[in-house]
Design a protein around this ligand. Structure first.
Ligand SMILES: Nc1ncnc2c1ncn2[C@@H]1O[C@H](COP(=O)(O)OP(=O)(O)OP(=O)(O)O)[C@@H](O)[C@H]1O
Ligand SMILES: [Mg+2]
Length: 370
């Protein structure tokens, strides 16, 4: 008898006390090295607690520098501290049109409407009606604002929201988050001038700062002694090299921990970390993944990490792998959709013997900063 496969697999040495502390969406209670950013955000939003209008805020910085987690942390604290504020978190990967955002805001304010069968102006009216009734000041976080800007939806939406403020004297706050510090320049001038947000720049973490962040998270995630000290340093150094990105650092620990458990080893070691480095995906793609359709994920996985591939070549690869048989024309609309989401970059070559060729490359958000 071989023994039950589950019995065998339960004989592992657990290294994790609770791996959820390493999940990307987890909001920890302590955020080392972000005191001054937290203070600035608190200061901008504080007027709400006295029934006044908060300042709008813009959080900008490279991937993995703590913008999302700081915004969520501070707004949760604000909600706990005062009944006068409530926040709505909008991820613009998920809601990337004026219409879908307005619908979401109306629902959040307690006036449920359905996304279909209502025009954007009706949705705006519904937001206005709802605002008149609420007793709190809504604060809306627009994370990954680029997604709304690329689609040309951001200016119209902010115009709506600012107009509500001007004409209805209804109060609310806006927190915008983006990797691109210049993104607001792409909005219409009338919106830009009345949005006037306070800007908070998030700098990349140093290796030492990443080490502190990892230690803080690791003490809740791992059993004591289940991770080598050097392993934390190696993960921090790796993430520092890749742009000071805490997400990468934390994901390395999670994957290394799982590898150690799978191999039934007692400690997470430097070797485990080195093994998982290559499996950490490009950041821009990784963030978008939960909001992508299956065929979109497949296309992205087929584009080389470096360099480019012809659209025809990519279509061939896709056809081999996909269970869905589609025309090349339909395939091009998939690629264009990914271009709109700012995940792929397409360009045509100079005219050759067979005409111009469309070349496709993976876009790394980190390039916005170089
Ligand atoms: N100072 C910190 N302390 C503890 N964890 C942190 C800290 N900064 C970031 N993290 C963690 O690192 C990960 C990435 O942070 P976050 O998602 O806030 O980055 P971001 O700046 O929003 O990046 P992106 O621009 O790519 O969205 C999250 O899991 C977050 O909890
Ligand atoms: Mg973020």
């Amino acid at each position: 008898m071989q023994g039950n496969v589950f019995e065998k697999s339960s004989k592992i040495n657990p290294v994790f006390k609770d791996e959820r502390f390493l999940y990307p969406e987890f909001v920890p209670e302590k955020l080392p090295h972000r005191d001054s950013e937290i203070d600035s955000l608190v200061y901008a939003l504080k007027p709400v607690t006295e029934g006044k209008k908060p300042q709008n805020v813009f959080l900008a910085g490279k991937p993995g520098t703590g913008k999302t987690v700081v915004a969520k942390f501070v707004l949760k604290e604000l909600e706990e501290y005062s009944d006068r504020a409530k926040f709505l978190y909008v991820n613009c990967f998920r809601l990337n049109t004026r219409h879908s955002v307005l619908t979401e805001i109306s629902n959040f304010l307690g006036l449920p409407i359905s996304r279909r069968g209502m025009s954007s102006d009706e949705a705006l009216d519904s937001v206005l009606q709802a605002l008149k009734k609420v007793s709190f000041t809504p604060i809306i976080i627009f994370d990954e604002l680029d997604q709304l800007v690329f689609r040309g939806e951001a200016s119209a939406l902010f115009y709506d929201l600012l107009r509500i403020f001007e004409f209805a004297k209804a109060r609310f706050g806006i927190v915008i988050i983006s990797n691109n510090p210049g993104i607001l320049q792409q909005l219409d001038s009338r919106v830009k001038s009345s949005l006037v947000p306070e800007t908070i720049i998030f700098e990349a973490y140093s290796p030492q700062q990443l080490k502190d962040i990892l230690r803080e998270r690791a003490q809740f995630a791992f059993f004591p002694e289940a991770i080598e000290n050097d392993a934390i340093s190696v993960a921090a150094a790796h993430a520092a090299k890749l742009g000071g990105d805490a997400r990468i650092a934390i994901e390395c620990l999670l994957k290394a921990g799982r590898l150690a458990e799978k191999r039934n080893e007692k400690k997470v070691s430097v070797e485990h970390l080195k093994e998982v480095f290559s499996s950490i995906e490009a950041r821009a793609v990784q963030k978008a993944v939960p909001f992508l359709a299956g065929h979109e994920k497949l296309i992205l996985s087929l584009v080389p990490k470096q360099g480019q591939i012809s659209s025809g070549g990519l279509f061939k690869k896709f056809s081999l792998k996909s269970s869905q048989k589609i025309s090349q024309r339909r395939f091009r609309t998939f690629v264009s959709a990914l271009e709109k989401k700012d995940l792929l970059e397409c360009a045509f070559t100079e005219k050759g013997v067979r005409g111009r060729t469309r070349m496709v490359a993976l876009k790394s958000k980190a390039q916005d900063f170089v």
